[in-house]
Each structure stands twice: as structure tokens, then as C-alpha cells.
Design a protein around this ligand. Structure first.
Ligand code: RB5
Length: 147
């Protein structure tokens, strides 16, 4: 599977609608299949609902990877990581985004729309989606996270 043939689910809370939509356009333009599960209005909502909904799409195998966004990236990440099979990291720099795929086999990325600007966020997304899990000794360790 080439990277751009992957199916990516996106969700956010109300604090991150604009950034989520910018990410959706950015990766769709690159050829990724995007499933944006909202929300679509800026009405106040609850990040655990949206983190869990995206995580279920990845855990079920319907989507290959997920990108979720809230104000800080923290709360929605915590919710996603409660779903069995999900490994989601908050990444605020491109090095962490690449490494969380290569070493931790992260299947979801969380971003903070109130922490990083759109330009950096899109670079972080590119670093995450462009990287692959290295396996080997890292697989042994990742297996220990959730036996
Ligand atoms: C919403 O105000 C804010 O708490 C939320 O987007 C997020 O930052 C939580 O972790």
C-alpha cells in the first residue's frame, strides 16, 4: 500500500474546526482518501466524543490512520487512547510526528489548534503520514504497550 492510498479519518472539537478542515483539504489534495467525521459547526461540543468516534474508525480497520484536533490536542488524544488498539500521540513538532510512526507505530496523530499555527500543523501531518513503522526491536516494545 502506498502512503497516499491510505484512508484517513479526521475529527475535532469546536476549537479546531478550521484547522481540521485545512488538514482535510491538504491531504485530499495529496491523494489520500479522507473521511472527515466533523463536527461542522463551531457550537461548543465535547472532545471525548469526537476522539472516541475517530478512534473507533481506526480500531475497526475502516480507516488506516486518524488525525484528531482539539484546542491543545491533549484531551482528544486521551479519549482516543482509551479505545483498544489505538496508539495516539500529541505532536507539536515534525520530529515527534515522524518518530511516533517509526518507533511507536502510532495509528493516530493529535494536534493542538491553539498551540501550533496552520503551516506547522500541515508540516506535522506530512511528517506523520510520510513515515512508516520500522518494526524490529520497536515492535517488541509496542507489543508491550497493549498485550
Ligand atoms: C475546549 O475549550 C478545550 O478544552 C479542548 O479543545 C481541548 O483543548 C481539551 O483538551
Amino acid at each position: 500500500m502506498t502512503n497516499t492510498s491510505k484512508r484517513i479519518v479526521l475529527s475535532s472539537d469546536h476549537a479546531a474546526i478550521d484547522l481540521r478542515q485545512a488538514i482535510a483539504k491538504h491531504i485530499a489534495d495529496q491523494g489520500y482518501e479522507v473521511e472527515d467525521i466533523g463536527p461542522t459547526t463551531t457550537e461548543s461540543t465535547h472532545y471525548p466524543l469526537h476522539g472516541a468516534a475517530a478512534a473507533e474508525r481506526v480500531a475497526s480497520g475502516d480507516c488506516d490512520l486518524g488525525i484528531i484536533v482539539c484546542g491543545t490536542g491533549q484531551g482528544i488524544m486521551m479519549a482516543a487512547n482509551k479505545v483498544k488498539g489505538i496508539r495516539c500521540g500529541v505532536c507539536l513538532d515534525t520530529f515527534s510526528a515522524r518518530m511516533t510512526r517509526e518507533h511507536n507505530n502510532a495509528n493516530m496523530l493529535s494536534l493542538g489548534a491553539r498551540v501550533v499555527g496552520e503551516g506547522l500543523a500541515l508540516d506535522i501531518v506530512d511528517a506523520f503520514l510520510g513515515a512508516e513503522f520500522e518494526g524490529g526491536r520497536h515492535a517488541t516494545r509496542v507489543d508491550m504497550i497493549e498485550p
